[in-house]
Design a protein around this ligand. Sequence first.
Ligand SMILES: Cc1cc2nc3c(=O)[nH]c(=O)nc-3n(C[C@H](O)[C@H](O)[C@H](O)COP(=O)(O)O)c2cc1C
Ligand code: SF4
Ligand code: SF4
Length: 371
Amino acid sequence: MSGIKVDLCGIKLANPVLTAPGPNVRTSMQMLEAVKGGVGGIVSKTISTHPAKDIKPTITRTFFHGVMNCETWSEISYQDFLADLEAVKKTGIPLIVSLGYSAQQLSILGEIIEKEIDPHGYEFSTHYVGKEIEPLKQIALSLKGKVDKPVFMKISPNSPNIENIARHLSEIVDGFVAINSFGPVLDFDVEAIDSPLSSDFGQGWLSGPPIMPLGLRIVYQIAGIQNKPVIGVGGISSGSDAVKYMMCGAKAVGICSAALTHGPDIYGKVSRQIEQWLDQHNYIELSDIYGLYAEKTTQRITGSYNPVINVNDKLCVGCGNCISKCPNHALFMDEQKKQVQVNADNCIGCGFCRGFCPQQALTIKRRTGSD
Ligand SMILES: Cc1cc2nc3c(=O)[nH]c(=O)nc-3n(C[C@H](O)[C@H](O)[C@H](O)COP(=O)(O)O)c2cc1C
Ligand code: SF4
Ligand code: SF4
């Protein structure tokens, strides 16, 4: 079997799947369920110096298996949460405590949690503290000044210049987590003409599968611009999702929404699927796939040729799925061969039809004199 252990700044994970902070890790009960479910490490629900005062309801399903929420940080006081953290610490599972938000708050909380819990690491959320480099540096420094363990900075996807933030903050923090939920966004019930969320006009933050392409892009950028490890979060619910994040440069991954939707066994399931994926593709360990996408993209040929679609007649079964997907009417059925053919004069090489072929028979090729 392939090796899936991870050394994250000295934090030894049996597998690369962590919890991401949310209602899935609100209390010791949920964190212990995650341990039972096979998680590699716990990142606890964000606590601050004051309990949050969210007005419920705060979570709903939304488009494309997504989740929308208007939850802030924990409504449990940090004093009460100490017992929950203690219970998790006792299991021996790596524990990263998530803290928010200002420099002063992190200084207070860092000192207390370090003394009372002595966790394996810390994560701080930048969700409500702006996007300017200097204040973010002050926040990071205030926590680093109080704790000896690795500190991870969680990136909000709304930040306009993420590479700049990562470059500057990597001088201070030990690693990054990307991404937090995206928004604000809005969805509502068209029949009731009402939002399922209690926030002002029902807006919320989007997570789950719809934000995965955003997370991949941001992890790719952060991993490419600096050398500190990145934990990839956003829309992960399968081993191949996690593998994609690692190919973009993530060393480990975090899951929140899929644990809400599928329950705590999802952590172990994703971990096993990562292992199977590595086995099936003859990779020995995770380091074989870290950053593989970045390596491959440097070899890509784009823009410099005039492409056209190619139908592999060994794979095409003539189902006709692709024909209506071409906005330029470049695909048609050859009734005798019972296979799709290309009108190369109409094909502009946009590539859209490829995603609709169940046989993977459609590829883009360089146009030759005969096309
Ligand atoms: C209901 C809910 C509450 C969340 N609360 C927190 C939080 O307290 N701190 C934090 O850093 N992220 C929080 N998040 C963001 C998640 O940790 C994660 O970054 C985001 O949801 C994307 O991952 P996912 O698609 O696996 O959910 C929350 C997400 C949800 C859905
Ligand atoms: S590549 Fe674009 S233009 Fe060409 S056949 Fe496919 S959808 Fe049509
Ligand atoms: S979708 Fe694929 S298999 Fe079906 S007709 Fe088109 S090319 Fe052939």
